[in-house]
Structures are given as structure tokens and as C-alpha cells.
Design a protein around this ligand. Structure first.
Ligand SMILES: Cc1ncc(COP(=O)(O)O)c(C=O)c1O
Length: 398
């Protein structure tokens, strides 16, 4: 062969239509500025700045040394499923059957699995706008239809029963919520969640409750929807070791699904990923021990202090904040007083001050051009400094 045979790329429609994660653009810009010598305050990326706990690194190393590097069962290590069930009992007073816990490579996979298990092409899925952006793409990949409902500070940027009723139409198969939410850090009260679950069960519709920021809540106890008794069989819970447990790079999450879905999820998992990473599962077994959980509680306290610092620093500068986020590590800020192009605002802020934040566009369309997300994944000193820099930047724009 003298010449390479020409080939015209043949990309699927669904892949071609996939949207980028705009925060990655901000991150790339921030990294480039850092390389050029500028100090950057990173408040754009949604992951804890802490490294994973030493004790879990050791546990994973030991597992690897012992040769525990083979596939686990698709549903996950039985000991880990059991320990998670126990964790639900001791922390959330929730009765969870270990057989209904499935370990997945990150909650991202859990979300894709449960959507694949429940959606046919053309089925409708309700999501809040703003919400976690990848969910929209997961729905698109299954040729299902998105029905986004705009939410504002008036409902704590969350869906509620009234909105479901008002927006109801034929063909809805799944409703997705996250509590606490990304990008707003707000929670849905348990009574509301249960009322939604019951309304949806009557309509034969699943409710996916993403509890991935569970544990990272402030001024209130951490809760799980699973603690509610007589929950209908339409509730699917998603969770992860990424956020509260500080294990983003270990790629480990889980779902607690109704009994009837388990054999289907197992078959899907057998085909789609075989098993979650084995060393990560051994690390997760360790992170559920009391001493590790105590360390994580100290980190939660640090996040709470940061939230308070950021919130009050912004109020002190005279900014209006429409909600006090109760969880996660995000503050969703209405910047309509200063811009109608949040993307440009974030870029200019970064270029001029080195403060990296995320434009609302990543999370939906509703008022996206006038909102930004600030992640308090940096220390209090940096947060204070960032607020000063933001204030100075806004003054220069007037
Ligand atoms: C609300 C929400 N759900 C799911 C995920 C996916 O996380 P992971 O795959 O690391 O568990 C994220 C990540 O930021 C998130 O914010």
C-alpha cells in the first residue's frame, strides 16, 4: 500500500449534538494563565480540593499488594454493599437491603444505567433548569425527550409537586432531582420529595433522586429519601464516593434501586462495564469506617465555614444573594445587575483578576446568561480575596 485509503468521518447524530461542558473552557483558560505566571483562585470546578484520605490510599494499596485486582461481581463487592446498607441505617435511619445496592464506576454510570433501564426513545424526562448538565446529555443519548422546568429562587431553585402538576403532560416516564443540587446547593424538603414520589407513583413514573452531595449539608441534618417509610417502588436513589467522601478520581458511585430493577441493572452492568474498579471498592470499604467518617465530618465543617465566609463576604460587599445554599459547595449567584452575558463576565473576570467561576450556561437555559456558579473549593482566605477582586472588577465595568 503506497497511500492511506481516505476515510470520511461518520459521526452519529447524537454524538455530534453533544454539548461541551463550558466550565472546561474556563478551566483551560485558567490553567493557561497559571502557566503564564498569573495567580488563579479556582472556584470553577465541582470537586473537593482535599486529597483522598491517607487511610483509604493505604487500603487500596494493600488490596493491590494482595493481588485483589480482578473483576468483582457486577453488582459490587458484597462486603461493600452490606457496609453501605449499614451506613444508611446508622447515619440516616434508613432500612436498605444490601441486595438493592449496586456499585458503579462513579454515579455518572449509575445515572446512565438507571435511565437506560427505564427509558424508551421518545419518552419524556422532567428536569429542573438549572440542573447538573450531564443529565441532559444522558437523556439525549437514549433518544428520550427533555422537558425542562425553569426554577428560580422562589422555589429554592428546586422542583416541587405543584410545578410537576402544572407542567404535567402525557409521555413522562422519569423525573430527575438532586438534593442538594448542583449548581445551586439547595435542598428539597423530605415531605416535598415524598409527596412528589407518591404523585409520580400514581402515574407510573420513576423519581430519580440524586443524593451525591448527601453528607455535605449545613445548619441541618443530612437526610436520605430512603429514610421515609412506605416509599413507593418508583424511587431510585443515586449516590457517589466523589463528593462527601472526597474520592472523585476513584470513580465509584452507587444506586439504591427498587427490587424489580435490580436484575435489569445487573444485566446492563454486566454488558456495559462488567464491574467498578476493584482497588477503589476496597478503598471505599475503608472510608466507611468510623475513624475515616470522623475525618470527613471535619472536612464538612470546613466546607460549612467556607460557605459562611463566602456568603457573608458577598453580603458585606453589598451583593444581593437570593438563597443561602444549604449544601454541596456551590453558590448560584444572580449577576443580572452587572451583565447579561455571564459567559463573557466569567471570561473577563478570569482574565482581569484570576478568579475562575462558572457561567450559568453550563446548567441550562433559564436565566443562564445572568447567573454564575461559585464553588467554595478553596480556603477561606482565598474566598475573601476572590470577593474583593470580584467587587473591584465590577467597579471597573461600570
Ligand atoms: C449532581 C451530580 N450528579 C452526578 C455527578 C457525577 O459525579 P461522579 O460520576 O463523580 O459520581 C455530579 C458531578 O459533579 C453531580 O454534580
Amino acid at each position: 500500500m503506497t497511500q492511506k485509503t481516505p476515510f470520511t468521518p461518520n459521526i452519529s447524530k447524537v454524538a455530534s449534538a453533544i454539548q461541551p461542558f463550558h466550565v472546561m473552557k474556563i478551566l483551560a483558560e485558567a490553567k493557561a494563565l497559571e502557566v503564564a505566571g498569573q495567580e488563579i483562585i479556582h472556584m470553577e470546578i465541582g470537586e473537593p480540593d482535599f486529597s483522598s484520605l491517607q487511610c483509604i490510599n493505604q487500603a487500596a494499596n494493600q488490596a493491590v499488594q494482595k493481588g485483589l485486582t480482578h473483576y468483582t461481581p457486577t453488582m459490587g463487592l458484597p462486603a461493600l454493599r452490606k457496609k453501605l446498607a449499614h451506613f444508611y441505617q446508622s447515619f440516616y435511619q434508613a432500612e436498605v437491603n444490601p441486595n438493592q445496592v449496586m456499585i458503579t464506576p462513579g454515579s455518572s454510570t449509575a445515572l446512565q444505567l438507571v435511565l437506560t433501564a427505564t427509558l424508551n426513545p421518545g419518552d419524556k424526562v422532567i428536569l429542573a433548569d438549572p440542573a447538573y448538565p450531564c443529565n441532559r446529555q444522558f437523556v439525549n443519548l437514549l433518544y428520550a425527550e427533555l422537558l425542562t422546568i425553569p426554577v428560580s429562587h422562589e422555589t429554592q431553585y428546586q422542583l416541587n409537586l405543584e410545578q410537576l402538576k402544572k407542567n404535567w403532560q402525557d409521555g413522562i416516564k422519569v423525573v430527575m432531582v438532586a438534593s442538594p443540587s448542583n449548581p445551586t446547593g439547595t435542598v428539597i424538603e423530605q415531605t416535598e420529595l415524598v409527596a412528589m414520589a407518591e404523585f409520580l407513583a400514581e402515574k407510573n413514573v420513576y423519581l430519580i433522586v440524586d443524593e451525591i452531595y448527601q453528607g455535605l449539608v449545613y445548619d441541618r441534618p443530612a437526610e436520605s429519601v430512603l429514610a421515609n417509610q412506605n416509599l413507593p417502588d418508583n424511587v431510585i436513589v443515586i449516590n457517589s464516593f466523589s463528593k462527601f467522601f472526597g474520592m472523585t478520581g476513584w470513580r465509584l458511585g452507587w444506586t439504591v434501586a427498587p427490587k424489580h430493577l435490580i436484575p435489569i441493572l445487573d444485566r446492563l452492568g454486566q454488558n456495559l462495564f462488567l464491574a467498578a474498579p476493584t482497588p477503589s471498592q476496597y478503598a471505599a470499604l475503608r472510608v466507611l469506617d468510623d475513624d475515616a467518617l470522623c475525618e470527613l465530618e471535619q472536612r464538612r465543617q470546613i466546607f460549612e465555614n467556607r460557605r459562611n465566609t463566602l456568603y457573608h463576604a458577598m453580603l458585606n460587599e453589598g451583593f444581593t444573594l437570593k438563597t443561602l445554599p444549604q449544601g454541596a459547595f456551590y453558590l448560584y449567584w444572580d449577576v443580572s445587575d452587572f451583565t447579561d452575558n455571564a459567559q463573557q463576565f466569567c471570561s473577563a473576570l478570569l482574565q482581569n483578576t484570576g478568579v475562575a467561576i462558572t457561567p450559568g450556561k453550563d446548567f441550562g437555559q433559564f436565566n443562564a446568561d445572568t447567573h454564575v456558579r461559585l464553588a467554595y473549593t478553596t480556603d477561606e482566605e482565598n474566598l475573601q480575596l476572590a470577593v474583593k477582586k470580584i467587587t473591584a472588577f465590577i467597579k471597573t465595568q461600570r
